[in-house]
Write a protein that binds this ligand. Structure first.
Ligand code: UT7
Length: 325
């Protein structure tokens, strides 16, 4: 039994906000600095009143349509998010109600930018065990709500969005050319929790601690490049192929310099890498399914190709999924 992606979808809210738009809004930065240091040209910022589940809903509808799957057929729904609509219930349950499903096992995963990798790997285990047959896996964020717009070292980097995939059970015998997920590797090292965090909470009706995202950018950068190249090797090794044997690498879309450094360490060419960070900045758990959907819909990714997805985020969490699409 394999777990196979049968449909992808994504959604970006509102109009793109350019780097110059941020300057006009009073951020002490420049288009030249942001492009040179990050590769980001624009991001999308959610409209007032809209929530993570709203973005997740749009991406999910597109993924379900692409898979030819009805919401009522799903038996597992996971949303990876670090910006849930509410403290409770889970954003996944809110999404479940919106798409019109009753009865699927439904929960959120919190592994920040590593969240979609974790969620996809969890789904693969459920499907391979035979306990579940059709899953919806979503990465969705309104990360702009936890940005300090006075902190130019972070606020220019992030954006809002959602990406979704439908994953279905596929018997090995019927999956000769497109078996689906071949290997997964998930890791975390909580001793580095301080390099990227929102160290606040609500207690007794008050915000306690710091409600904004804080980051040691250089520490995150170095950590990310190291673990993204390590985990890519580990994931390929466990499927018995070398990184040079993959058709497409879809890394977490945080910074073009992190992507380029990782690609250099893996001895790959940038021609094999899907890059969308320029259009939407770092959308945390949404970034990998967003990039996957773009490359599927524009025809770059085709059935039968080997795709390596990999992400890293606060925690620190990281992971990779190798699949034959
Ligand atoms: O999912 C993972 C999420 N996190 C990341 O991906 C972040 C990883 N880290 C990075 O991408 C980079 O560290 C940054 C892009 C955040 C920063 O780039 P850097 O090359 O490490 O710059 P820096 O922090 O060393 O800052 C260099 C200079 C500083 O000025 P001085 O002290 O040299 O005068 C900063 O104050 O750049 C200044 N600076 C800015 N200038 C214009 C910092 N942010 C900005 C800005 N616009 N937005």
């Amino acid at each position: 039994m394999y777990a196979r992606i049968t449909g992808t979808g994504s959604y970006l809210p509102g109009l793109p906000v350019s780097n110059d738009d941020l300057v006009r809004r009073g951020v002490d930065t420049s288009d030249e600095w942001i492009i040179t240091r990050t590769g980001i040209r624009a991001r999308h910022l959610v409209e007032p009143g809209r929530m993570t589940s709203d973005l997740a809903f749009e991406a999910s509808c597109r993924a379900l349509e692409a898979a030819g799957c009805k919401a009522s057929e799903l038996d597992l729904i996971i949303v990876a998010t670090t910006t849930p609509d509410f403290i409770l219930p889970s954003t996944a349950c809110l999404l479940q109600a919106r798409i019109g499903n009753v009865g699927a096992m439904t929960f959120d995963v919190q592994a920040v930018c590593g969240g979609f990798m974790y969620a996809l790997s969890i789904v693969e285990k459920f499907i391979r065990s035979g306990s579940h047959k059709k899953a919806l896996v979503v990465g969705a964020e309104v990360i702009s709500r936890i940005l300090d717009w006075q902190d130019r070292g972070t606020c220019v980097l992030f954006g809002d969005g959602a990406g979704a995939v439908v994953v279905e059970a596929s018997e090995a015998y019927e999956a000769y050319d497109t078996p689906g997920i071949l290997s997964t590797v998930m890791r975390a090292d909580g001793s580095h929790h301080g390099i990227l965090s929102v160290a606040g909470q609500i207690c007794g009706g008050q915000i306690v601690g710091d409600p904004f995202l804080r980051m040691d950018g250089q520490a995150v950068f170095k950590f990310a490049v190291r673990v993204l190249s390590e985990v890519a090797h580990e994931c390929c090794d466990s499927a018995g192929i070398s990184p040079s044997g993959i058709d497409w690498l879809i890394p977490h879309q945080a910074n073009i310099r992190i992507i380029e450094s990782t690609v250099r360490k893996l001895n790959l060419s940038m021609d094999k890498v899907v890059v969308t960070v320029d259009r939407h900045g770092n959308t945390s758990a949404a970034s990998i399914p967003l990039a996957l959907d773009v490359a599927v819909r524009d025809g770059r990714i085709r059935r039968g190709q080997k795709i390596l997805l990999e992400g890293v985020g606060a925690g620190v969490t990281w992971g990779a999924v190798l699949l034959q699409f």
